[in-house]
Design a protein around this ligand. Structure first.
Ligand code: NAD
Length: 501
């Protein structure tokens, strides 16, 4: 891949060796590694079914993507174990949880929320070790949001009638829930908290590369003394997920992951009678107008695509910038990219951690090479990458055509495709011109322009003069190939209830 490199005119770079890694930072901060000595990981984890830890016939390894070291082995559930879990969930629903008064269910959820707050540090460290995301993000974003989701939904458990006036809300029954690796614990909270608050029981399948925090969370459900079988956690890969989707004993499938797998799931659910919500991929665009606060916008772009390695479904992976400020924005963006700290996810200075897996690194590398082959101009910042683990430099493409794969396809890595526009209409037209419609950002000084653009963008979530802000009270979900249904807020509750007249 012929990428332009950052020139030698930038600030001096200093090599900072750290603990057992020899990570190199883009700036000269002293290392500030979060200690992981107190974190207790078992060598092996079983499946959590019916309130017990059940051995699976097969096992698989989970690896720290920053070091390539095996962290633990976990069970790989087959159809038999999935069946056990669904039956345990059904029994718990019919005998206890589905009948329990909402205020009692709420108490259990409040208990888990408080336990999560108490154990936030340990969970944040494990999340960073297993997934590769910077500790700053796991600690300051993921864990507070995870606890907030449980608190928020605990509050709804005894007020469902008020959320849907004139209707009788009833739980659906048993939900099968499948989640990806980019926000492992947060996605688990998005799924579990509303389902449980509404009186459903669940079988949750975490992603194969990031099973550890979900398994640790199972321990918290035990500590909170949830009735057996209310929450079941089965680890495994795509085959485990498929076995769950195809199980006839479920009332609902809630899936978050790629559009390709989401489409397969939707096909397989057709005529099954199971309800479903699908939270899928995205290719969000930032629209930067000439009257935008440029420095703030540059920070927003960096936050939107480079933090968390671009492993965010609503990552702002496209930048549409009005011609008059394009040169300034790109210059400032490159300068800011040079200062990003790439390396040890457990270092508190780190902005960009490890790519989640070798497979994902391969996908990013292939699509970036394709961008150059198709004629876009690739630029990468000059950080040196650590020798071990999976890493990718902050990358941007200019001279992009609308048809280029880097403009149309989700890369799910720290890669930004830049295009320009002249009029508001052209900007909106380009922003909407992908198969996705999950999110977007608009940057302008004019409130009226914000409303005009927000009304015309075909995206489920729109941020104005900010980016990537989340709250459990806000519904989240996509248009077009970005998904079906909404999660979060009152809309999300509706996805786990039958609303009788
Ligand atoms: P993925 O689709 O490969 O896997 C997601 C989950 O589905 C994993 O647990 C996986 O084991 C399971 N799975 C794989 N094949 C399956 C099958 N045939 N049947 C049932 N389950 C199966 O996605 P990923 O690579 O883990 O995650 C990245 C994707 O997730 C990106 O596309 C991203 O945009 C999307 N995502 C979307 C949201 C959202 O809210 N819209 C949030 C986070 C991530």
């Amino acid at each position: 891949m012929a990428a332009e490199r950052a020139g030698g005119g930038g600030r001096a770079r200093k090599v900072v060796p750290k603990s057992d890694h020899d990570f190199v930072t883009g700036t000269s901060y002293a290392p500030a590694p979060e200690s992981s000595d107190h974190v207790k990981l078992a060598k092996n984890y079983d499946l959590f079914i019916g309130g017990k830890w059940v051995k699976a016939g097969k096992r698989m390894k989970t690896v720290n993507p920053a070091t390539e070291k095996v962290l633990a082995e976990v069970g790989e559930a087959g159809a038999k174990e999935v069946d056990l879990a669904v039956k345990a969930a059904r029994k718990a629903h019919d005998s206890v949880w589905g009948k329990m008064p909402g205020r009692e269910r709420g108490k259990y959820l409040f208990r888990v929320a408080r336990l999560l707050q108490e154990r936030a540090r340990e969970f944040a460290i494990i999340e960073s070790m297993d997934g590769g995301k910077p500790i700053r993000e796991s600690r300051d974003v993921d864990l507070p949001l995870v606890a907030a989701h449980f608190f928020y939904h605990a509050g709804w458990a005894d007020k469902l009638e008020y959320a849907f006036p004139g209707r009788k809300p009833r739980p659906l029954g048993v939900a099968g829930q499948i989640i990806p690796w980019n926000f492992p614990l947060l996605m688990a909270a998005w799924k579990l908290a509303p389902a449980l608050a509404c009186g459903n029981t669940v079988v949750l399948k975490p992603a194969e590369t990031t099973p550890l925090t979900a398994l640790k969370l199972a321990g918290l459900f035990e500590e909170a003394e949830f009735p057996d079988g209310v929450v079941n956690i089965v680890t495994g890969g795509g085959a485990t997920g498929q076995a769950l989707v195809e199980h006839p004993g479920l009332d609902k499938i809630a899936f978050t992951g790629s559009t390709a797998v989401g489409k397969m799931i939707q096909r397989s659910l057709a005529k099954s009678g199971k309800r479903h919500t699908l939270e899928l991929g995205g290719k969000a665009a930032h629209l930067i107008f000439e009257d935008a606060p440029i420095n703030q916008a540059v920070e927003g772009i960096v936050n939107g695509i480079f933090f968390n390695q671009g492993h965010v479904c609503c990552a702002g992976s496209r930048l549409l910038v009005q011609e008059g400020v394009a040169e300034e924005v790109i210059r400032k963006l490159k300068r800011r990219m040079e200062t990003l700290v790439v390396g040890d996810p457990l270092d508190k200075n780190t902005d960009i951690g490890a790519i989640n897996s070798q497979e994902q690194l391969g996908r990013i590398t292939k699509l970036v090479a394709c961008g150059t082959e198709e004629g876009a101009r690739c630029w990468q910042s000059g950080q040196q990458l650590p020798g071990r683990g999976y890493w990718f430099k902050p990358t941007l493409f200019t001279d992009c055509a609308q048809s280029h794969r880097v403009v149309q396809e989700e890369i799910f890595g720290p890669v930004l495709a830049i295009q320009t526009f002249r009029t508001t209409e052209e900007g909106i037209e380009k922003a909407n011109n992908t198969p996705y419609g999950l999110s977007g950002g608009v940057w302008t000084d004019k409130g009226s322009k914000i409303f005009k653009v927000a009304g015309a963008m075909r995206a489920g979530v729109l941020w104005a003069n900010t980016y990537n802000k989340f709250d459990p009270t806000s519904p989240f979900g996509g248009y077009k190939e970005s998904g079906v249904g909404r999660e979060g807020g009152v809309h999300g509750l509706g996805g786990y209830l039958e609303l009788q007249e």
